[in-house]
Design a binder for this molecule. Structure first.
Ligand code: ASP
Length: 633
């Protein structure tokens, strides 16, 4: 009996299980009503979960099933930590309780799947394990059934030294067993459920819209699907349900919501995936105010149900112009201050050529103050920051250490009179020990560079609590942006946004100044939702299409069905979409979007688990009448 057992062979397991099949196929005793299993459901293979047993269960005979998380063999005793998605339970096999089961338990290895029946025993008080929910007890095993054995896993789910992500994505079924990922997928479920409940309670209907449809103009590249029945034609996977949801408003479903999958063929960044999920909302007979209040309510509900905190409503609102001025970005992280300040008046009269000439050329000089950081950043650190802002187009980064209320210290301080130095200090509301940074460039570059610098400094200096959810609205985006490359105006959001009424005359004079009745929700520096009041008058819609270079013929071909719907009594309507993946990331405190999606894709848009995208059979291509003509490898 004390022969050391290596990993069990299939034959051994079959023989052993056969001998014990009568006792172990069904769990004993069968009961109902456990908290984690759901009420009234009785299960055959286990009586409890691995996260459920407490001191109060001591003396009961129970059956657990799960994966071998850890195993230890101590002269005559085998300890196995059994894991399922609810937690871990320590199981003890001893010679005295069942010598054959103990012998077999010695052959268990990581990730084998077993079923164990035994008696719950309370551990002595000083042996409680506070790290696990079942730490008060252990299970004294009397029976063991090996349900399946596992190959040696390339990494163990409870490892702290995570292997590279590629290996984890390839073995996603193991990666998903990691408690952190399990929590994240469970959080995603809970968040989605709260969203559905909230909208249901407010009379919204969840309506599915097609995946195989027509191209929608969200500005990204479409994923196309060839039609076999109509050779030479293609469906586009939805970049969003935008057009369908507007048509649902025309159809009279005045409150629509959908947890909608969207597809955009873009170059991927850390927080993007080619397919992602939106909480897609549209309402009829509403104004912007109604949408903002509806979403305020949703956010407050999520914060309450997921974090137990009260969110102060209404959520703060800023205009686009204001956040661009104060933070340099339309998605400011508002968990910390460090606002940008304009010093054009001081720069234009100073002796520092770079500042002066920038203002003369119509550029801007703006800066920010970092509280008490003068000694925290060495010259070498500042050189790194200078390289960093160059990524955002800046030519350089001027810096000053504040010595007193009137004196600056910097290699360029000599170009600033005492008066200018005091003025800079008071404009930035600085005091001795603070560090000031300035960028002199075009308005766009000063915004981009300082906004990025602001985020980086706040992260380095830990200026915010990473668990805080800080949400605010950004309103009145410009309707159009000038595309220099293509020499034309294009819609900032999408071409269905209603312009602000009083700005409509600007179409003929200063289109860049037209504001859209659009809104973004920003959360911790991310764009977490985006939407607008829609155009519901076909003539205005046609005018907007014309303006951005979509000819009437083009509009008719691409969006004729929408224009036609608008001609049949379209109610005023407005909507919004919230990025579900991002909200899960923010509530879960993760900065990797792949952590909140069960089967995500890599930066190269491939699924390492299944190998998608993959080549297809010649026959499939033939049926689709498609020829693939690739350059020779
Ligand atoms: N369809 C828009 C988007 O995906 C959201 C909206 O305007 O409702 O960005």
């Amino acid at each position: 009996m004390t022969r050391p057992i290596a990993r069990l062979s299939d034959e051994e397991i079959v023989l052993y299980n056969c001998r014990h099949s009568r006792e172990l196929t069904s769990a004993a005793p069968c009961r109902t009503g456990t908290a984690s299993f759901g009420k009234g459901i009785c299960f055959v293979l286990r009586t409890h979960t691995c996260g459920e047993l407490r001191a109060g269960h001591a003396g009961q005979t129970v059956t657990l099933a799960g994966w071998v998380d850890k195993y230890r063999d101590h002269a005559g005793l085998v300890f196995v930590d059994l894991r399922d998605r609810y937690g871990k339970t320590q199981v003890k096999f001893s010679l005295a309780d069942n010598s054959e089961a103990q012998e077999f338990a010695r052959g268990l290895r990581y990730e084998d799947v077993i079923q164990v029946t035994g008696t719950v025993v309370e551990r002595p008080a000083d042996m409680h394990n506070p790290k696990i929910s079942t730490g008060e007890i252990e299970l004294k095993a009397t029976e063991l059934r090996i349900l399946n054995k596992s190959k040696t896993p390339p990494f163990e789910p409870d490892t702290t030294a995570l292997p590279n992500e590629e290996l984890r994505l390839k073995h996603r079924f193991l990666d998903l067993r990691r408690p952190a990922l399990q929590e994240s997928i469970i959080l995603r479920h809970r968040l989605t459920k709260i969203v559905r409940d909230y909208f249901d309670e407010n009379n919204f209907l969840e309506i599915e819209t097609p995946i195989l449809g027509r191209s929608t103009p969200e500005g990204a590249r479409d994923y196309l699907v060839p039609s076999r029945v109509n050779p030479g034609t293609f469906y586009a996977l939805p970049q969003s349900p935008q057009l369908y949801k507007q048509i649902l408003m025309v159809a009279g479903f005045d409150r629509y919501v959908q947890i909608a999958r969207c597809f955009r063929d873009e170059d991927l960044r850390a927080d993007r995936q080619p397919e992602f999920t939106q909480i897609d909302v549209e309402m009829a007979f509403v104004t912007r105010e109604d949408i903002l209040r509806t979403i305020d309510g949703l956010i407050a509900r999520l914060v309450k149900d997921l974090q137990g905190k009260e969110m102060k409503l209404p959520l703060p609102r800023y205009s686009h112009a204001e956040v661009m001025e104060r933070f340099g970005t339309d998605k400011p992280d508002l968990r910390f201050g460090m606002e940008l300040k304009d010093v054009a008046d001081i720069a234009s009269g100073c002796g520092f050529g770079v500042f002066k000439s920038t203002i003369e050329k119509g550029g801007r000089v703006r800066g920010l103050k970092v509280d008490q950081a003068a000694e925290k950043y060495s010259r070498k650190n500042i050189d790194e920051l200078t390289e960093f802002v160059k990524n955002y187009g800046a030519q350089g980064l001027a810096f000053f250490r504040v010595k007193s209320a009137t004196e600056l210290d910097s290699p360029i301080a000599k170009f600033f009179s005492t008066d200018d130095q005091s003025k800079l200090i008071s404009r930035l509301e600085a005091k001795a020990g603070d560090l000031l940074f300035f960028v002199a460039d075009t308005p766009k570059v000063t915004s981009a560079a300082l906004a990025a610098l602001r985020n980086r400094l706040a992260k380095e200096l830990k200026l915010y609590d990473p668990s805080e959810i800080n949400v605010a609205w950004v309103l009145d985006f410009p309707m159009y942006a000038w595309n220099d490359e293509e020499q034309r105006w294009e819609a900032e959001h999408h071409p269905f946004c209603q312009p602000v009424e009083e700005d409509i005359p600007l179409f003929d004079t200063d289109p860049g100044k037209i504001r859209a009745q659009s809104y973004d929700l920003v959360c911790n520096g991310y764009e977490a939702a985006s939407g607008s009041v829609r155009i519901y008058d076909p003539a205005v819609q046609q005018r907007v299409f014309n303006f951005i270079g979509i000819t009437p013929e083009d509009a008719e071909t691409r969006f004729g069905f929408l224009l036609e719907a608008l001609r049949f009594g379209a109610p005023p309507h407005a909507g919004i979409a919230l990025g579900l993946d991002r909200w899960v990331m923010m509530f879960g405190g993760s900065d990797n979007i792949r952590d909140v999606i069960a089967f995500p894709k890599t930066q190269k848009a491939s699924d390492l688990l299944t190998g998608a995208p993959a080549e297809v059979d010649a026959k499939q291509l033939h049926d689709l009448q498609i020829k693939v003509d690739l350059p020779a490898k």
